[in-house]
Design a binder for this molecule. Structure first.
Ligand SMILES: [Zn+2]
Length: 284
């Protein structure tokens, strides 16, 4: 990896057809409405150029919700192939479907040991599981053994938003408090909680302040709309525990960074949130 980047975006979905049309399936239109944006499908090369232009290194996320949604995954092999082609622009996190039991565990091991992916991404609402359910604990044990962080979804989601019955998805799975128990039971597990966790923002902040192994990413919302409580905490008590993330392709690094600049944080705080905290958590 060359050192030309000035920020690390820890929450990047591929802006290609593999994620936007295949893996999003019947949720694609609702997600666009939620983000009030039509999201053009890009090629891997266009995506890498977009990140390079902003000086941003991205953590590209695989996605596997097949048991709960019936939709095809963004495979670990696909993410690894992009990382291999653009190693100066991206690193990758694996995703496995927790309901696939031992198959999920062996796939996670393969993704890390053979494909070189360096974290695990789960989206509990789309995968329909609670992370503190004991049947999924082997996944967290394996993350500890492989020494990789896990990125967990928090708060509401654009998936199913505005559809009858929310497309069958339950927001409850996105409650941060379930992660609190995982963090307590696995003190060596490095957990990145994604997004301002609305409507459980205070709950999320309390957990990040209480558990040394929990940090938050700031993806999925333009900084312009961050709740006051979140703005205050990331500039003070959570300054070493908040990480830049976009939720690309729904929010571009250009837009996020420009709106973040407008919040007026000091250079020291910006440096931590945009770069240093992620380097520490990702071990780069
Ligand atoms: Zn996301």
């Amino acid at each position: 990896m060359t050192k030309t980047y000035t920020a690390i975006d820890v929450h990047v979905h591929p802006g290609t057809k593999e994620f936007l049309s295949n893996a999003m399936g019947h949720y694609a239109d609702a997600a666009e409405k939620y983000f009030r944006k039509t999201v053009p499908i890009k090629t891997e090369t266009e995506m890498a150029e977009e990140f390079r232009e902003e000086g941003v290194f991205g953590v590209l996320l695989a996605w596997d919700t097949r048991s709960a949604t019936g939709l095809p995954p963004v495979t670990n092999d696909y993410v690894a192939s992009i990382v291999e082609e653009f190693p100066n622009d991206f690193m990758g996190f694996a995703s496995v479907d927790p309901w696939r039991g031992k198959t999920a565990l062996s796939e996670l091991r393969r993704a890390v040991e053979c494909l070189g992916l360096r974290g695990l991404k789960v989206q509990q609402i789309a995968m329909a599981f609670r992370p503190n359910d004991r049947q999924f604990y082997p996944m967290w044990e394996l993350c500890c053994e492989l020494e990789i962080p896990v990125l967990m979804h928090c708060g509401t989601t654009g998936l199913g938003a505005g559809l009858p019955g929310g497309g069958g998805l339950l927001l409850d799975y996105g409650r941060p408090i379930y992660i609190d128990e995982v963090a307590a039971d696995f003190p060596d597990l490095s957990i990145i909680c994604a997004h301002p966790a609305w409507p459980w923002q205070s709950e999320m902040i309390a957990i990040a302040l209480h558990k040394a192994n929990v940090v938050i990413d700031l993806s999925g919302w333009s900084p312009k709309y961050f709740p006051e409580e979140l703005k205050k905490e990331i500039g003070t008590r959570l300054q070493d525990k908040a990480l830049f993330g976009t939720d690309y392709p729904y929010i571009s690094p250009k837009r996020w960074l420009s709106d973040f600049t407008d919040l007026g944080f000091s250079e020291e705080i910006k440096q931590k949130i945009l770069l240093d905290n992620a380097k520490r958590i990702l071990g780069i």
